[in-house]
Design a protein around this ligand. Structure first.
Ligand SMILES: Nc1ncnc2c1ncn2[C@@H]1O[C@H](COP(=O)(O)OP(=O)(O)O)[C@@H](O)[C@H]1O
Ligand SMILES: Cc1ncc(COP(=O)(O)O)c(C=O)c1O
Ligand SMILES: [Mg+2]
Length: 277
């Protein structure tokens, strides 16, 4: 038996909930074979309120990892935390070399619970080097506002305007994650494929144990594309998958509550409703 091969180019979250750890767990749960190219290692200091340290790996090490993974012939690629313009360019080259048209860009700019934005200058590089190759881009509200240059959207209409702008910049499909931040009764994401806007909604789960939700969502989209689902099917299943993961999120310690990546196959998932807007 062979498996579809999925590659994540992203950071390591040592605490295991987000980053490549989330990606590998989501890849596995979707029955794909996950591979990794690490960009940075993120650590958390238990003696200083779990404050994050971000350590970049030498770019030669990243290049060698990409060479290894691409030599196997990957079916789909996802990017996560990239941390510098140079790393963004390397990821862009890797995507082009991979020859796949199944590319999920998760434009990570902030970690939940951390105020600091990772190198704001990277936004320009993501626009230039990554969006033109994105089959799907998955910004949260803040990231969508940065990419679109509109400021953080606060309403569905503002999300639509930002999605249209990001599509114009080259991303074939855009999912803006309203998630918990949007003041709506449901957890609302906006999907735009260049011709239709759709709202994807689940119940909003009252939980703060959501660390890694964004990575888990994007990695699930990537695995679903590798497995041959259409973009819309891939996004809807990923939303079910992450909603279940949040529903069963848990406290790792007093500082962080990761999602339970593999919750959907074990406990089932909330239903996603789709409405044209
Ligand atoms: N409280 C919640 N209940 C249900 N779904 C949620 C909740 N928070 C986030 N989500 C969903 O999880 C996915 C990831 O979103 P989010 O956590 O906002 O991303 P990020 O981690 O990148 O900021 C999205 O599909 C979003 O709608
Ligand atoms: C390496 C890494 N990538 C990505 C993220 C973003 O995680 P989320 O899925 O919560 O947006 C984090 C957050 O801690 C991280 O450490
Ligand atoms: Mg995120």
């Amino acid at each position: 038996m062979t498996l579809k091969k999925t590659l994540t180019i992203a950071g390591s979250d040592t605490s295991g909930g987000a980053g490549i750890q989330a990606d590998l767990k989501a890849f596995q749960e979707h029955g794909t074979y996950g591979m990794t190219a690490l960009t940075v290692v993120v650590t958390m200091d238990p003696d200083n309120s779990w404050s994050h340290g971000v350590y970049a790996l030498p770019t030669e090490v990243l290049q060698q990892q990409i060479k290894t993974a691409l030599s196997t012939g990957v079916d789909a690629v996802k990017t996560g935390m990239l941390a510098s313009e140079e790393i963004i360019k390397i990821a862009s080259d890797a995507i082009q070399q991979s020859g796949t048209d199944k590319v999920v860009i998760d434009p990570v700019m902030v970690c939940k619970g951390e105020d600091e934005v990772l190198n704001p200058g990277n936004t320009t590089a993501m626009i230039e080097y990554l969006l033109p190759y994105a089959t799907v881009v998955t910004p949260n509200l803040f990231e969508a506002g940065q990419l679109a240059g509109t400021g953080t959207p606060k309403t569905i209409d503002e999300m639509k305007a930002a999605a249209a702008k990001i599509h114009e910049l080259g991303a074939k499909n855009v999912v803006i994650k309203g998630g918990k931040a949007l003041p709506t009764e449901k957890a609302v994401d906006l999907f735009y494929n260049g011709s239709e806007f759709k709202l994807l909604e689940t119940e909003k789960i009252a939980s703060t144990y959501n660390h890694g939700a964004g990575c888990t969502f994007a990695a699930s989209v990537c695995a679903n594309l590798a497995n041959g689902l259409s973009v819309e099917e891939a996004v809807i299943e990923a939303k079910e998958f992450v909603a279940a993961a949040i529903q069963h999120g848990w406290a790792l310690n007093e500082y962080v509550g990761p999602v339970m990546h593999g919750a959907k196959p074990r406990f089932g998932a909330p239903k996603v409703t789709v409405t044209n807007v």
